[in-house]
Design a protein around this ligand. Structure first.
Ligand SMILES: [Zn+2]
Length: 90
């Protein structure tokens, strides 16, 4: 409803602006997994059902990657992208 009033816990690591977009883990996982999963599904439906076994592997791999790279902070001011923001900050 009130998206503009949302408080943002993240700031840009480069220019310290709070005008940033956050890519959360589930969203990153969804975006990176959708295409390979669809391809595997199509292959398994039309060619070989055994390819369905690749879907858990794709999801696990992308989950590991997303755990490292998210939350991804994208700055709208200076276009700086920081991957794994909360993990790399010390
Ligand atoms: Zn910035």
């Amino acid at each position: 409803m009130s998206r503009t009033a949302e408080k943002n816990p993240y700031v840009c690591a480069s220019c310290e602006s709070s005008n940033v977009m956050i890519m959360q883990k589930w969203r990153y996982l969804f975006l990176t997994s959708m295409l390979p999963v669809l391809v595997v599904l199509a292959v398994s439906i039309f060619i070989e059902p055994l390819f369905l076994l690749f879907i858990p592997a794709v999801l696990v791999t992308n989950y590991i990657i997303s755990a490292r790279k998210t939350p991804m902070v994208m700055c709208r001011d200076c276009r700086h992208i920081e991957k794994g923001a909360s993990l790399s900050r010390r």
